[in-house]
Each structure stands twice: as structure tokens, then as C-alpha cells.
Write a protein that binds this ligand. Structure first.
Ligand code: KG4
Ligand code: ZN
Length: 339
């Protein structure tokens, strides 16, 4: 079966073709980062309009790249939520109307389910059950994944998401938006020991996170070291990154121990962070566990993870009326019904 996947929940239009026999056939992405950068954040209306421009050309591209035609598609999976309402409406309406025209079923997929299953697209994927760390611009969650649709939330952020903390720190350091990758790059030349930042909730005894205090600590550092020279900026970036990485790594290892599991899956944009990857691999090795990542380009939003999650839920795809709704706010617990 061939599934077309369409992702449009935020500022990336992602389309992919997944074949249940052959695996991922093709994928294409358009990032709106450059368009939103001058506003310092995502402008929802501009995002929606750009998704309209990109969705069909990207669909044509993935079909062309896979040597397929519209007639070869058996079903369409699309991100139904959570995300920006207008942006979701674009992908959803394109998917449902295309499915209606082709007389094939369509299925709304949970964006976070896409993220947490994305490492399964790689060779040597983890086997269920595993612990999943989801670290993106909007989420910082640790879950126990028992199978498709079997998701138990073990820990969550009480305030800012890890990616949000990276983005806010980037702003304070005068780096562009989104700033996670830029902070990470700057941190490489910094000294992580010059400034001692707090490790929020490190010893809280649970698997929850809090990052807003860390952002305030960065703000205080920035204010007390004006004007910021290059070395100080790098040292602050480095201290910040070290604090985030240490807390995330420690909680993930605790989750593995708590559940008696040896496999950790990492997904979401912050999963691209090199220091986080190194720390997780290092810590996991010490307790005989293994870490699985999607390839770098699938850490951030993409169509492949949506096509794949749709394929995994194939059984629940039914030919329907093609009437549609979107779910801008949607708790993953609602799709946590083992298949
Ligand atoms: O998963 P994603 O593409 O979108 C959401 O669904 O949120 O994640 C985007 C987030 C942004 O906050 C971005 O700054 C962060 O991931 N990010 C990084 C890195 N690359 C992207 N954070 C830290 N280090 C990176 N290398
Ligand atoms: Zn995402």
C-alpha cells in the first residue's frame, strides 16, 4: 500500500510517499524559516498562505521522485493537530479533497505520534516497548511507548518547552529565529564552566521539566555582562546548553530505569542537538541501553513521519465522507488506544 503523507502544522510543508512494502519512497520539504525570520517568530497567517502555495507542487514532486502517479496512492495521511489552526486547515483540506477526488481513504494523524514513531523509519529500528523523548519547539515529554497507540506520558514540562528555551536564549543572545541550531553552534566555541546556571528540577524525583527559570537566569547573565563580547556570548550559550542537556539526559536515564527498559528513542527538533545526542549516548551506554534517532532531517517537522504514522494506523483508515475537522489543541493521550 502506498500512503501519501502531508504535514502542515506549523512552518514547514512536508510531503512524503510511504510504501508499506518498500518503505519510504520519496519525501520533500519546504521550510518557511527564512520568511518568518524577519518577524522573529512564526506569523500564522503567512504560514497558512505559504502552505497553500507549497502543498500541491510538493505532492507532484514526491510522486515524480518516486516514479509514481496520483493513481498509485492508496490512502492519504495528514496532520490533523496539534498546531496552528490555519496551517492545519491547509494540509487537511488538500488531503481530504485529494482523497475525495481519487476516491481513496484519508486519515488525520497526531503530529506528536508522527514525531515519536519517526525513528522507526530508520534501518535497525527499536522494538516495542521503548522510552521516547520528544523535544521540540512546543513539547518536552518522556513517554513509555508500548506499541502503536500505546503511549503513557511519564514526564512533561511544567512551563517552556526545551526548544522554546533554546529559541528564547537565542533571542537574548541576538541570534536569529528559530535559534536552537544557532545557540548550539555558538556553544561549541564557548566554555561551559565559566557561568554556573541552575539545573531545574534535576533532583525533583519525578520525570518533569521546567525551563523558564533557566531562561530568566540567562537574561540576568546577559544584563550583567553588557555590552556582550563574542566570548561571553559563546560562554553563556555553552552554559545554557550544558544545563538543558544535563537535565534531559538525567531524566531519560531515570525513565529507562523506572520502566526497566533499555531502548530510548529521541525525536523532535532539539533531538538534532549534537551535545544532547552525545550526552544521551554516553549515559545510555553506561547503563547498557541504546539510543535511537531519526536521521537529522527527520528530527524537525516532515511529511515522512506523517505518512509512516498513517501507514501504521492503516487498519483504522476507512473510506469516509471526507468531511473534516482540525484539532489545533490535541492531547496525545486521546490517541493512546492500542491497536
Ligand atoms: O520539532 P520541531 O521542528 O518543531 C516543533 O514541532 O516544535 O522543533 C523545532 C525546535 C525549535 O525550537 C528549534 O530551535 C529547535 O527545535 N532546534 C534545536 C536544534 N535544531 C532545532 N535546538 C537545539 N539544538 C539544535 N541543533
Ligand atoms: Zn514538530
Amino acid at each position: 500500500m502506498i500512503i501519501l503523507g502531508i504535514e502542515s502544522s506549523c512552518d514547514e510543508t512536508g510531503v512524503a510517499l510511504y510504501d508499506t512494502e518498500q518503505g519510504l519512497r520519496s519525501h520533500a520539504l519546504h521550510s518557511q524559516v527564512a520568511m518568518h525570520a524577519e518577524y522573529g517568530g512564526v506569523v500564522p497567517e503567512l504560514a497558512s498562505r505559504d502552505h497553500i502555495r507549497r502543498a500541491l507542487p510538493l505532492t507532484q514532486k514526491v510522486l515524480h521522485d518516486a516514479g509514481a502517479t496520483l493513481k498509485d496512492i492508496d490512502a492519504i495521511a495528514y496532520t490533523q493537530g496539534p498546531g496552528l489552526a490555519g496551517a492545519l486547515l491547509v494540509g487537511t483540506s488538500v488531503a481530504e479533497s485529494l482523497a475525495f477526488a481519487l476516491n481513496i481513504p484519508a486519515l488525520g494523524v497526531h503530529h506528536l505520534e508522527g514525531h515519536l514513531l519517526s525513528p522507526l523509519l530508520e534501518e535497525n529500528p527499536p522494538a516495542f516497548p521503548f522510552i521516547a523523548l520528544l523535544v521540540s519547539g512546543g513539547h518536552t515529554q518522556i513517554m513509555r511507548v508500548g506499541g502503536i497507540g500505546d503511549y503513557e506520558l511519564l514526564g512533561d514540562t511544567l512551563d517552556d518547552a526545551a526548544g522554546e528555551a533554546f529559541d528564547k536564549t537565542a533571542k537574548l543572545l541576538g541570534l536569529g529565529y528559530p535559534g536552537g541550531a544557532a545557540v548550539s553552534k555558538l556553544a561549541e566555541s564557548g566554555d561551559p564552566t565559566r557561568f554556573k546556571l541552575p539545573r531545574p528540577m534535576l533532583n525533583s524525583g519525578d520525570l518533569n521539566f521546567s525551563f523558564s527559570g533557566l531562561k530568566t537566569a540567562v537574561l540576568t547573565l546577559v544584563n550583567t555582562h553588557q555590552p556582550l563580547d563574542e566570548i561571553t556570548r559563546a560562554d553563556i550559550a555553552s552554559a545554557f546548553q550544558q544545563a538543558v542537556v544535563e537535565v534531559i539526559s538525567s531524566k531519560c536515564m531515570a525513565a529507562l530505569k523506572q520502566c526497566g527498559l533499555k531502548q530510548l528513542v529521541v525525536s523532535g527538533g532539539v533531538g538534532a542537538n549534537r551535545q544532547l545526542r552525545a550526552a544521551l549516548s554516553n549515559a545510555a551506554q553506561k547503563q547498557g541501553a541504546e539510543v535511537f534517532y531519526p536521521r537529522l532531517e527527520f528530527c524537525t517537522d516532515n511529511g515522512a513521519m506523517i505518512a509512516f504514522a498513517g501507514a501504521m494506523r492503516m487498519k483504522s483508515i476507512k473510506a469516509g465522507s471526507h468531511a473534516f475537522t482540525i484539532k489545533p489543541r490535541w492531547d496525545l493521550a486521546e490517541v493512546s488506544v492500542p491497536l
